[in-house]
Design a binder for this molecule. Structure first.
Ligand SMILES: Nc1ncnc2c1ncn2[C@@H]1O[C@H](COP(=O)(O)OP(=O)(O)OP(=O)(O)O)[C@@H](O)[C@H]1O
Ligand SMILES: [Mg+2]
Length: 246
C-alpha cells in the first residue's frame, strides 16, 4: 500500500508548533510528546494495549502549576477522569498546529466542556522539569481582561505570555466609549502579530462574536485558522450535573 510521505512543512498540516519554536520549554514538551507517541506506536505494533507512561512532573505537580497560572479550582477538579469530548479533541489538535495557527475559539452553550478543555491544553503544556517559577498568569476571564487598564502590568503580561486562555469572553460589561473594545483589539493584534497561542471560550456563536468584537478582531483570528485552531462551535448538550430540586 502506498502511503503519502509528509516530508515538507507545507504538506504536513500537523506540524507541531512545539517543534518549530525556538523556545526551549516548548521543545522539551515536544520531545516528551514524541516519546509518548513512539511508545504508543510500539505498543500498537506488538498488539499491547497502550499504557501512557507519566513523564516529567507528576499529575499533582501539574495541577499545582495550573493553579499558579490562575486556573480556578472549579475547573481543576474536572481534570480527573476526563472523556475525550469534542472540545478536548479540538485543543489537542490545536497543540499540533504550527505557531501561525495561533488562535482557537471554543464556542457553545453552558456546560459543553469549553473551560475544562482549555485547562487540558495548559495541563499538556506544563514543562517537563517543572517551570522554575510559575509566576505568570495564563488564565484570564473576559471580565478580568475588561477590567484591566491598558497601562497596567497585567495588560503587558497578557500581551507577552506564551500561552493565554481568555475564559468566558462575552459576558463582560462593555463600556459605552469602547475602551474595552479598543484594548481587546490591541491585545488580539499583538498576540496575532507574534504568534502567541491563545484559546478563547465563549457562549457567543460566530456571528454574535463578530458583531460584538468587530471585523478587525475577527479578521486577525480568521487568518490564523488557515494553519490551525479555528472557531469551533460545540453543540453537545450540557454535561453539567443538575441537582434536582424537589
Ligand atoms: N472532558 C470532559 N469529560 C468529562 N466531563 C467533563 C469534560 N468536560 C467537562 N466536563 C463536565 O462538564 C461540566 C461543565 O464543564 P465546563 O465548565 O468546562 O463547561 P463550559 O462549556 O465551560 O460551560 P460554561 O459555558 O457554563 O462556562 C463540568 O462540571 C465537568 O464535570
Ligand atoms: Mg466555562
Amino acid at each position: 500500500m502506498e502511503t503519502k510521505q509528509q516530508d515538507s512543512e507545507e504538506e504536513n498540516p500537523f506540524l507541531d508548533y512545539r517543534e518549530d519554536t525556538a523556545d526551549e520549554w516548548m521543545r522539551a514538551v515536544y520531545r516528551m510528546y514524541t516519546r509518548q507517541k513512539q511508545r504508543e506506536a510500539a505498543d500498537a505494533a506488538e498488539g499491547r494495549e497502550f499504557c501512557p507512561v507519566e513523564e516529567g512532573i507528576s499529575a499533582g505537580g501539574r495541577i499545582a502549576c495550573l493553579k499558579s497560572w490562575g486556573v480556578p479550582e472549579r475547573i481543576l477538579k474536572n481534570l480527573e477522569g476526563l472523556n475525550e469530548t469534542k472540545a478536548v479533541k479540538y485543543v489537542r489538535e490545536f497543540n499540533l498546529s504550527p505557531r501561525e495557527g495561533w488562535c482557537l475559539v471554543l464556542s457553545g452553550g453552558k456546560g459543553t466542556g469549553k473551560s475544562t478543555a482549555a485547562a487540558v491544553w495548559l495541563y499538556e503544556n506544563v514543562p517537563p522539569e517543572g517551570a522554575p517559577t510559575y509566576q505568570t498568569r495564563y488564565w484570564w476571564n473576559g471580565t478580568k481582561v475588561a477590567r484591566t487598564n491598558g497601562y497596567a502590568k497585567d495588560y503587558e503580561r497578557m500581551i507577552q505570555s506564551k500561552l493565554m486562555v481568555i475564559d468566558d469572553l462575552g459576558v463582560e460589561y462593555q463600556d459605552k466609549n469602547g475602551n474595552f473594545q479598543q484594548r481587546l483589539d490591541e491585545l488580539i493584534d499583538e498576540r496575532y502579530s507574534n504568534f502567541k497561542k491563545t484559546i478563547i471560550t465563549t457562549n457567543l456563536n460566530a456571528e454574535a462574536f463578530k458583531d460584538r468584537y468587530g471585523e478587525r478582531v475577527a479578521d486577525r483570528m480568521r487568518e490564523g485558522f488557515a494553519w490551525g485552531g479555528g472557531f469551533m462551535e460545540l453543540s453537545d448538550d450540557s454535561m453539567r450535573k443538575v441537582r434536582k430540586v424537589r
